[in-house]
Each structure stands twice: as C-alpha cells, then as structure tokens.
Design a protein around this ligand. Structure first.
Ligand SMILES: Nc1ncnc2c1ncn2[C@@H]1O[C@H](COP(=O)(O)OP(=O)(O)OP(=O)(O)O)[C@@H](O)[C@H]1O
Ligand code: SF4
Ligand SMILES: [Mg+2]
Length: 347
C-alpha cells in the first residue's frame, strides 16, 4: 500500500484547527498511498477526519485556520508548504474532487455546460470557446447525460439529483485528473442511482487510469469499488490494508463494529444488526490511550493499556494489513471467531 511509485503518497499527515473551544486534532498521523488505476476507500463514522484529510490533499484548508504537517506528494511533487497558487494550478488539472452535494460545487446562475467548459478553459487557455463547448458536451455524453448538446444550456435546478451528480463528475474529469477524490458522492442518492454512479466511476477509472479516493460511511460501497481500505477513528487510522483482508479478515474491534452494523454486508438478510454503542469522540478531548476504548467491548482484556497507551499501527497477518489495537493477534483471532464471524460478512 505504501509503494514508492504511487501517484499519491501521504505520510504522517496531521491537521489541527485552533478554535475558541480548544485545539481540534482532526487528522492525527495518517499515512497511505494510492497508485493510478487503484481506488482507496476511506471509511469511518461522522467526524473521524475523512473530509479534512481529502481537503488537505487538495490544499483547500484556510492556512490561517488549519495547521498541516506531514508529507503529501502528488505525482512526485511535495504539496505541504507549496504556495497556494501552485496548489491551485494542480487542482482541477492533476487532481479534482467530487462532493456529496453537487449544488455546493455548481453555481446556480450559470448553465451546467458553461461551468464545465470554463473548468476546461482554466487549464487549457489555448482552447477556443467552441472547443471548450465541444469538450463539455463530450463529457456530458460520457457520463451518461442524454441529449448532451441540449442539456448543455440548462441550469443546475433543471437537473435531477442523479443528473447533477453526473454533471459534477463530468466537471471533475474534464481535465483528465490523475487523482480524483470523491467525498460521499452517492450518499444523497437513492440506491439504484447510487449503483449507477459507482459503475460510472469504475468505467471512467478504467478509461482515464486515475487514482481514486472514495470516502464513505458505507463498507458495502467499499466492498464494491475499493482496492484498499483505510478505517479512520478519531482522526487516526485504526486499520488499513487490501479490501479483501480488511473486509474478510477484519482485525480491529471498531471495524468489527462497522461491519456488524452494515445491512448490505450480511450474508443473512435476517441477521441482527448491532450498532456500535456510544458516540464518536470529541476531537478536542480525545479519550486517552486507544481513542476507541470507551466503546470497546474488549478494552479490559489488555489491563490498563487500552486507557493509557496509544496503540501503534502494526502489521496484522497478510502483506500491508495494519491494525492499531493492543490485543494480540491470537486474542483477536479468538474473539473474531467466537463473536464476530457469525454475523456473516459477505462480499
Ligand atoms: N475548519 C474547521 N475548524 C474546526 N474544526 C473543524 C474544521 N473542519 C473540520 N473540523 C472538525 O474536524 C473533525 C473531522 O471533520 P471531518 O469533516 O473530516 O469529518 P468526516 O469524517 O468527514 O465526517 P462526515 O462523515 O460527517 O463527513 C470534526 O470534528 C470537525 O468538526
Ligand atoms: S486497544 Fe483496547 S480499546 Fe482499543 S480496540 Fe484494542 S482492545 Fe479495544
Ligand atoms: Mg465528511
């Protein structure tokens, strides 16, 4: 997962916000890599630092409010500390983002087509208006918008939710970015449209050979599209590895909790869903030791350590599979076989 020729490499990323309530450690030492043609799924409950991670990669945090340290390398260029305008030049051309809510990215007063054409012209100043228009129509066609030449002149409110999401994907891809970050791109859509959009992303990835980060609450979505998975809790990575390893042989009690609470992953549709008790932690006052300990059923099996010592990410079995938990591999295997495997994780 941390191969040195990866298009995107993130090492020990930390993002901190100084607020009047205290210091928010939104991302606290996360590392991962994504190669072109591969998809990394980032999962975790609300507030675990998923969006802050992606905004840091895209250089979208206000430098006055956020302190970012660590390394972010995109196509061999180091981004942390680069002047804003250089990051802006990369954004849209080499890397682009698809947001959960297309209306936040699309301007209500300009036609959809014009916005896509403008996004193209920003990075292709040599292109004529006519060429940019043609490029936008082609992209609308490519993402499955019927009658794209006519749709070009319509406004965001004239598109359905699924069509708006397609239009935003067209806009994100208009400059062939090598890295695409999709933050909950299908959460607001119904299940059928969600599946269509995920298929579309997979097709486009095969065509453009982009590296994709897909952020989601839904491990079912991860199982469908990701090659690698990063599970975040309280701004930290608690488990990461290949999708097969993490979904078939999950190692962290938090990942077990996520899997037990996802209906689409149950082989047996009638199996009881078990929500994780309690709430996600405050990132201003993270619990000591393992941040998951107040919600973990197995915390006292390692004496005080869960409460006093932050567990490091360590190798867990197969290549590149990492877990941050004080339980020994044997204990995890025994607990999993006894209590967790029975929920039937099917892909
Ligand atoms: N600009 C900011 N100033 C202060 N705190 C912030 C800022 N942006 C994010 N945070 C805090 O950082 C934490 C992580 O937020 P983030 O948006 O990354 O969560 P998330 O994992 O994307 O959650 P969700 O699934 O709800 O989108 C949250 O506690 C959030 O309140
Ligand atoms: S370190 Fe302790 S509290 Fe954290 S997940 Fe492992 S057993 Fe649970
Ligand atoms: Mg988010």
């Amino acid at each position: 997962m941390d191969s040195s020729d990866a298009y995107l490499r993130v090492r020990d990323l930390r993002v901190r916000f100084d607020t009047s309530d205290g210091v928010v450690r939104a991302v606290d030492g996360v590392s991962f890599a994504v190669e072109r043609g591969r998809t990394l799924g980032i999962v975790g409950e609300s507030g675990s630092g998923k969006s802050v991670t992606s905004l840091a990669i895209l250089g979208l945090h206000d430098a006055k409010r956020a302190t970012i340290t660590g390394e972010i390398s995109v196509g061999g260029r180091q981004l942390v500390g680069l002047p804003d305008e250089e990051v802006r030049r990369l954004r849209g051309r080499d890397m682009a983002m698809i947001f959960q809510d297309p209306l936040s990215a699309l301007h209500p007063y300009y036609s959809i087509g014009r916005q896509i054409a403008e996004a193209y012209r920003v990075h292709h100043p040599e292109a004529s208006r006519r060429e940019a228009r043609q490029r936008a129509v082609d992209m609308l066609d490519r993402v499955g918008i019927p009658q794209p030449a006519r749709r070009f002149d319509q406004y965001p409110h004239e598109f359905s939710g699924g069509m708006r999401q397609r239009a935003m994907i067209a806009m994100s891809l208009v400059n062939d970015p090598a890295l695409l970050i999709a933050d909950e791109p299908t959460t607001a859509l119904d299940v059928t449209v969600q599946a269509q959009i995920l298929d579309l992303l997979a097709d486009l990835q095969a065509e453009f050979h982009s590296a994709i980060i897909l952020i989601t609450h839904d491990l079912g979505v991860v199982g469908q599209v990701a090659d690698e998975v990063l599970v975040m809790y309280g701004g930290r990575a608690v488990e990461q590895g290949g999708v097969e390893q993490v979904l078939r042989s999950p190692q962290h009690p938090y990942t077990w909790g996520l899997l037990s609470s996802v209906p689409s992953l149950h082989g047996d549709a009638d199996a009881d869903l078990v929500p994780i008790p309690g709430n996600p932690p405050s990132l201003i006052n993270l619990p000591t030791g393992c941040a998951f300990h107040p919600r973990c059923r197995y915390d006292d099996r390692v004496g005080d350590r869960s409460r006093t010592e932050v567990p490091e990410l360590r190798a867990a079995g197969a290549d590149g599979h990492l877990v941050a938990c004080h339980l020994s591999a044997e204990e995890r295997a025994a607990i999993y076989a006894e209590n967790v495997a029975s929920v039937g994780v099917a892909r």
